[in-house]
Design a binder for this molecule. Structure first.
Ligand SMILES: *Cc1c(COP(=O)(O)O)cnc(C)c1O
Length: 407
C-alpha cells in the first residue's frame, strides 16, 4: 500500500527540464496532508499501482467481497426464491436508484437502476421523442459523443421517423428539435459541458434534454432537479465503483413520470407485474423505467459499493478533483505532450487527456511501470482522477513515470 499522507514520496532522478521535482514532491506531500478525503483510500483495494482508470472501471471497495459472499451463500444459496421478497431483491432497482439520486442531485423516487447505459439511452431518447410533438422531427446528438450513444440515437431516430442531426453543444437549437442528447463530460477530451445553460437553451427551443452522465456521476455535482433536466442516464461502474458491467441508471423528471412512454415496457414495469395480464398498465414512478428481471448480483455489488459515499459530499469530491487535476497538469507542463482537457475549471471533468505521438505504445509502457491510465484513438492518453482513492503523490508519480517514458 502506498501511503499518500506521508511526506516520504520517493524521488529519484528528474522529470526532465522543468520545476524541481523536490518542490513538486513537497507540494504533493502538503496537499495530501491537507486532503480531507485522504482516509477514503483505505476503503478501497488499492495496491501500489497508480490507478488512473477509475473513469473506465472504478476500484473495488474492500467490503464488497464479504457482502457478495453473503448474497451468494445466504440470499441465493439458502433463501433462494424467498429472497425476491425477504432480501429485498424485487425492489432493489428503486432502492439503489435512491442511493444514487443524491449524488446526481435528484429527488427520491426519480432514479431507477437496471440494464446498460446503452439500453437506457434508447429508453430515454425514444420516450423524449414521443413526448415532443409530431412536427418536431429532429434528434440532436452531441457529435463527438461516446459511439454507443450515437449508434443508439441513429436507430431511435429511424424507428420514430425522425432525422438525426449532429450537434455541437452550444449550437443553436431550432424549432424542429424533439430531443437533444448530450454527454455531460466528453469521454475522450474530458471536457465538461454546461448542463444548466444547455438545458435552459433546449427548453427555450421547446426540446427535451437527455444527458449522459457516465463521466460525471460520482465525479462532480450534477444538479438534475435544480436544472430541470428531463431525462438522464449514466454508468455505475466508473466513478461509482459498482463493478464490471454493473447496471446503469435512468432518471426521469418527476413532471414527466406520468407521461413516460417506455419503448421497452417489460413486465417489471407493469403496475401489477404478478397479475400477469395480457393488457399493459404501466407502473407509476421510477419502476416504469424497468424492463425485465434485474441482474441481482451486479446490482447488489453496486449497492454495497455505494457505502463508500456515506458521509462524503460530492462538492468535496469536486473540489479535490480540480486541485488534483491542476496539480497533475502542473507536473506534466514541461513534458512533450499536448494538453487536450480544457484549462478552465468550468470546462473540466475529472480526467486529464494528453495527446502525444505513439500514445498507444506510451500507455502500454506506463502500465508496465505501474501507472494505469488508458489510450483512446487516435492519439489520446487518458488519466482519470478518482478523488476517493487517488492522491497527490500518485499524480506526481504518474507524471514522473510519463516523463521517463517520453524521455
Ligand atoms: C462508458 C460510457 C458508456 C457505456 O455504455 P454501456 O452501455 O455501459 O457499455 C456510454 N456512454 C458514455 C458517454 C460512456 O462514457
Amino acid at each position: 500500500m502506498s501511503e499518500p499522507t506521508t511526506p516520504e514520496i520517493t524521488v529519484t532522478g528528474t522529470a526532465g527540464p522543468g520545476p524541481a521535482v523536490s518542490a513538486l514532491a513537497a507540494k504533493a506531500a502538503e496537499l495530501d496532508a491537507a486532503d480531507e478525503l485522504a482516509a477514503c483510500r483505505d476503503l478501497f483495494a488499492i495496491d501500489d499501482t497508480v490507478y488512473l482508470d477509475g473513469n473506465s472501471l472504478g476500484a473495488l471497495p474492500r467490503h464488497v467481497p464479504a457482502r457478495m459472499q453473503e448474497v451468494i451463500t445466504r440470499e441465493w444459496g439458502a433463501l433462494r426464491i424467498r429472497s425476491w421478497e425477504e432480501s429485498g431483491w424485487w425492489t432493489a432497482p428503486e432502492r439503489v436508484g435512491d442511493r444514487i439520486a443524491p449524488l446526481v442531485g435528484a429527488a427520491p423516487g426519480t432514479v431507477v437502476v437496471g440494464d446498460s447505459t446503452s439500453v437506457n439511452v434508447f429508453k430515454a431518447l425514444v420516450a423524449a421523442v414521443r413526448t415532443a410533438g409530431p412536427d418536431r422531427d429532429e434528434v440532436l446528438v452531441d457529435a463527438t459523443t461516446f459511439p454507443t450513444d450515437g449508434y443508439i440515437a441513429d436507430s431511435a431516430a429511424r424507428m420514430t421517423g425522425r432525422r438525426l442531426v449532429p450537434y455541437t453543444p452550444g449550437d443553436p437549437i431550432g424549432p424542429r428539435a424533439a430531443a437533444v442528447l448530450i454527454n455531460h463530460v466528453d469521454y475522450r477530451t474530458g471536457r465538461l459541458h454546461d448542463l444548466p445553460a444547455l438545458t435552459a437553451q433546449a427548453h427555450m427551443a421547446g426540446a427535451m434534454t437527455v444527458w449522459d452522465l457516465c463521466h460525471s456521476a460520482g465525479a462532480l455535482p450534477v444538479g438534475l432537479a435544480e436544472h430541470g433536466v428531463d431525462f438522464a442516464v449514466g454508468c455505475t461502474y466508473k466513478y461509482l465503483n459498482g463493478g464490471p458491467g454493473s447496471p446503469a441508471f435512468l432518471y426521469v423528471r418527476p413532471g414527466l413520470q406520468p407521461s413516460f412512454d417506455s419503448p421497452l415496457p417489460g413486465w417489471n414495469s407493469h403496475a401489477d407485474p404478478f397479475g400477469m395480464t395480457p393488457e399493459y398498465t404501466p407502473a407509476t414512478g421510477a419502476p416504469r423505467g424497468r424492463i425485465g428481471t434485474p441482474d441481482i448480483l451486479s446490482m447488489l455489488a453496486l449497492e454495497s459499493a455505494l457505502d463508500v459515499w456515506d458521509g462524503v459530499s460530492i462538492k468535496a469530491v469536486r473540489a479535490k478533483s480540480l486541485v488534483l487535476t491542476d496539480f497533475f497538469l502542473e507536473c506534466v507542463r514541461h513534458l512533450p505532450v499536448e494538453q487536450v482537457t480544457p484549462q478552465s475549471h468550468a470546462e473540466r471533468g475529472s480526467q486529464v487527456s494528453l495527446r502525444c505521438e505513439n500514445a498507444g505504445a506510451v500507455m502500454k509502457e506506463l502500465i508496465s511501470r505501474g501507472v494505469v491510465g488508458d489510450f483512446r484513438q487516435p492519439d489520446v492518453l487518458r488519466f482519470g482522477f478518482t478523488p476517493l482513492y487517488v492522491g497527490f503523490g500518485d499524480a506526481l508519480r504518474a507524471a514522473r513515470v510519463l516523463g521517463e517514458v517520453l524521455g
